[in-house]
Ligand binder design. Structure first.
Ligand SMILES: NC(=O)c1ccc[n+]([C@@H]2O[C@H](COP(=O)([O-])OP(=O)(O)OC[C@H]3O[C@@H](n4cnc5c(N)ncnc54)[C@H](OP(=O)(O)O)[C@@H]3O)[C@@H](O)[C@H]2O)c1
Length: 334
């Protein structure tokens, strides 16, 4: 068995936070990585700060701005042509959260930007790489060991997008809810900025985009048999000190990690979150379809990941089918 069948994993958003901290465990498990970032320069710099020269040999960088569907197409082509290798696992991690915007930011195609980056960009990336992923060799070599690996897609979800959990029912600015999807149905271009077609609420726009991420997992799992591919999501815990919160008020950034560490006990370090993502995306024990993996909202030492109950807003067959099909239409895939 040649060296060229080393397992290959793609991960988005590795300049900081959870994504950056997922690199080291993936490399330790023996994976080759394609790190997708909107700046290769920043992606490399961040990786070099935490990885050894040897580890850097197994990581390649591809520049894609996920807000721009054209860029996603170009980058996916590059991945397919230049690497010309079967992809075994895709981790959709990148995200943007801008809760203080007064007006929506727009992607190059004119969509509300957090939906564009978090959902549309990843949705397109997955679909463009899916054929390769589905045909990826089942036998790969990790750290010298030959093993069977079923293709895998892992998407970062969150508690605030899951109405079944307390954190998903926080009314400020509003829980995630796609309503009747009238924003998507009506083209999702200005002046529309929310999936439900209602007034722009930036914090809700983020939650809605993560709800779409979690719906994508459920719907893709229905459309592609678990014999061929495993698709799941996870909530790694509250990683309260990442750059995700860079657009929140400075006092919030100061107090939020303290609140999560000592009051809710939901705080998870970036290192632990990265380890969790790497395991969910690659370990055999997590190869169960359509599971939303969680370690709960109160972190306890030694706790194992479990399948978190999902709200009707995520699993409702009609909403998830519609959200999936409308997304395809909006991004020009059907
Ligand atoms: N932090 C938490 O408590 C928490 C909880 C639940 C789920 N999550 C999820 O975990 C994931 C990682 O978040 P994090 O907390 O680690 O945040 P983070 O440190 O801000 O990382 C986000 C990553 O996404 C990248 N990104 C943003 N916009 C992009 C674009 N247009 N194109 C390509 N990449 C882009 C960022 O790159 P740039 O440097 O270029 O901006 C960065 O590498 C997200 O999906 C988030 O929803 C986080």
């Amino acid at each position: 068995m040649g060296k060229d069948i080393k397992g290959l994993v793609i991960i988005t958003g590795t300049t900081s936070g959870v994504g950056l901290n997922t690199l080291k465990p993936l490399l330790r498990f023996g994976w080759q990585i394609i790190a997708v970032n909107r700046s290769n320069k920043r992606g490399k710099k961040a990786a070099e700060e935490i990885l050894t020269e040897n580890e850097m040999q197994n990581i390649h960088f591809v520049e894609i701005d996920l807000s721009d569907l054209e860029d996603v197409r170009k980058g996916s082509n590059k991945i397919l042509k230049e690497f010309n290798k079967p992809i075994n696992s895709i981790i959709c991690n990148a995200a943007v959260y801008k809760p203080r915007l007064k007006r929506p930011e727009r992607s190059p195609q004119g969509f509300e930007n957090s939906m564009a980056v978090n959902h549309f960009g990843h949705f397109l990336l997955i679909n463009l790489l899916l054929e390769n992923l589905l045909s990826s060799k089942r036998k790969i070599v990790l750290n010298g060991k030959l093993l069977i690996f079923k293709p895998r897609i892992t998407i970062l979800g969150t508690v605030t997008a899951n109405y079944s959990e307390l954190g998903g029912r926080i009314p400020i600015p509003a829980p995630a809810n796609l309503g009747n999807l009238s924003g998507f149905k009506n083209g999702f271009l200005s002046p529309i900025s929310m999936a439900n077609g209602k007034r722009f609420k930036p914090g809700k726009a983020y939650k809605d985009s993560k709800l779409c991420n979690m719906i994508t997992v459920q719907e893709l799992s229905k459309r592609y048999s678990k014999e061929k591919i495993i698709i799941n999501s996870l909530y790694p815990g509250c990683v309260a000190d990442t750059n995700l919160f860079r657009d929140t008020p400075w006092l919030f950034r100061l107090l939020f990690p303290i609140f999560q560490k000592f009051i809710t006990k939901g705080y998870v370090s970036q290192r632990v979150a990265g380890e969790r993502v790497a395991q969910i995306a690659t370990y055999k024990e997590y190869a169960k379809p359509a599971v939303h993996w969680s370690w709960g909202n109160r972190q306890r030492a030694g706790r194992k990941a479990f399948s978190q109950k999902l709200s009707k807003r995520i699993v409702d067959p009609e909403i998830s089918k519609q959200a999936f099909d409308l997304t395809k239409k909006l991004i020009g895939l059907d």
